[in-house]
Design a binder for this molecule. Structure first.
Ligand SMILES: NC(=O)c1ccc[n+]([C@@H]2O[C@H](COP(=O)([O-])OP(=O)(O)OC[C@H]3O[C@@H](n4cnc5c(N)ncnc54)[C@H](O)[C@@H]3O)[C@@H](O)[C@H]2O)c1
Length: 301
C-alpha cells in the first residue's frame, strides 16, 4: 500500500483514478478547491480531503510535508479550453504557479515520484498519429500553460532527482464529467429526451479514451517508472469523428438521432485530427479495455 496524493482528485479523471487506487488498497489524499470538482464524486473521508487552492503555496507545502505522501498525481488545473481562452490569466496562473507550488512541496516532502497531467494540446496540428517524439507547439493558452508545466517538471527533476512522469492525456470520456465537452453535450441532450440534437463542427476527429482506462494507465506508469523523467501519451490510439460518436449513441439507444448544426457552436479554427500513438505506453504492458460503444452505454439513462 502506498500513500498517494491526488491533486484535483474531486474532478472527472481524478475520481476514476481514486476509485481504482482505493480498490488496489492505497491510502488516498486529495487536495482540491472544488472549483470544478465535486466532493460527492469520491469516497474520501474529511481527514484525507483538503479543500485548498494550489495557488496558496505556504499552505500547500505545510499540508504536503505533514502528509508525507509516497507519490503525487498532479491533476489540479483549469482545462476546459473555451474557459481558458476566456480567462487566460486565471487558467495560466493556476496551471503554472499552482504546479510550481506542488513541485516545491514535493521537493520539501521528498516524495518518491510525481506524475504530472499534461495534454495532447501541447502538440501543433498533425494529420497522423502523434508520438512523444513529435515536436510540441501549443495552439492555445491552455496548451501553452501545460507545456510550461512540463518544462517546470524537467527543472524539478534535474534539481531533485525525483522520478517524474509527464502524461499527455488525450480526450477523456466517462462518468463524472465536469465540463461541457462533446460527449456530455450529446449525453445531456439525448438523456433529456431529444432525438434531434444541436452540435457544432461534425468532422473533427478525436482520440477518446474512457477514464477507467486512463486510471489503469496512470497506475501502470506509477508502478513501472521508478527513475528519470519520461513523457507518455495517454490515449486509446483510435480516432472518432463527432458523427461516429453520435452513431454509437444511436446503436446503444436503438433509435435514430438527427444532428442539426448550430452555427453558434461551430469553432472558427479547429484541429481536424488528434490521435495518439500509444506504443510507448503499451510497451509497459498497458492495454485499454473499454470501447466507445461500451463506454457510451454507461452514459445513457
Ligand atoms: N478531461 C480531458 O479530456 C483532459 C485531456 C487532457 C488533459 N487533461 C488534464 O487532466 C487533468 C484532470 O482533468 P479533468 O478532466 O479531471 O478536469 P476537472 O476540471 O474535472 O478536474 C480538475 C480538478 O482540479 C480542481 N482544481 C482546479 N483549480 C484548482 C486549484 N486552483 N486548486 C485546487 N484544485 C483545483 C478542480 O476543482 C477539479 O476537481 C487536468 O490537469 C487536465 O488539464 C484532461
Amino acid at each position: 500500500m502506498s500513500k498517494i496524493l491526488v491533486t484535483g482528485g474531486a474532478g472527472f479523471i481524478g475520481s476514476a483514478v481514486i476509485k481504482l487506487y482505493q480498490e488496489l488498497g492505497h491510502e488516498i489524499f486529495v487536495i482540491d478547491n472544488l472549483s470544478f470538482g465535486n466532493r460527492d464524486f469520491i469516497d474520501v473521508d474529511d481527514a484525507h480531503f483538503f479543500k485548498e487552492d494550489i495557488l496558496d503555496g505556504e499552505k500547500i507545502t505545510s499540508i504536503i510535508t505533514d502528509m508525507k505522501p509516497d507519490s503525487i498525481v498532479h491533476l489540479a488545473a483549469i482545462h476546459f479550453i473555451p474557459y481558458c481562452n476566456k480567462h487566460p490569466y486565471e487558467s495560466s496562473n493556476i496551471n503554472i504557479n499552482g504546479t510550481i507550488n506542488i513541485l516545491n512541496a514535493a521537493k520539501e516532502a521528498k516524495v518518491k515520484q510525481v506524475l504530472f497531467a499534461s495534454t495532447a494540446a501541447v502538440y501543433p496540428i498533425y494529420d497522423e498519429a502523434v508520438s512523444e517524439m513529435n515536436d510540441t507547439g501549443p495552439m492555445d493558452i491552455y496548451g501553452l500553460s501545460k507545456l510550461t508545466g512540463e518544462h517546470l517538471c524537467n527543472e524539478f527533476h534535474l534539481e531533485s532527482g525525483i522520478p517524474t512522469i509527464i502524461c499527455r492525456f488525450f480526450n477523456a470520456f466517462g462518468p463524472n464529467e465536469t465540463n461541457p465537452h462533446l460527449i456530455p453535450e450529446i449525453q445531456d441532450q439525448v438523456n433529456g429526451g431529444k432525438r434531434t440534437i444541436n452540435l457544432g463542427n461534425l468532422t473533427p476527429k478525436r482520440d477518446f479514451i474512457h477514464t477507467s482506462d486512463m486510471a489503469t494507465a496512470v497506475n501502470t506508469l506509477q508502478e513501472k517508472v521508478k527513475e528519470g523523467i519520461h513523457v507518455f501519451n495517454l490515449g486509446r490510439g483510435i480516432e472518432y469523428s463527432v458523427t461516429d460518436i453520435v452513431d454509437a449513441f444511436e446503436r446503444e439507444l436503438g433509435e435514430k438521432i438527427t444532428i442539426e448544426v448550430d452555427q453558434a457552436r461551430v469553432r472558427k479554427t479547429e484541429r481536424m485530427h488528434l490521435l495518439a500513438d500509444v506504443s510507448k505506453l503499451k510497451s509497459l504492458g498497458w492495454e485499454p479495455k473499454i470501447g466507445i460503444d461500451e463506454g457510451i452505454k454507461t452514459l445513457l439513462k
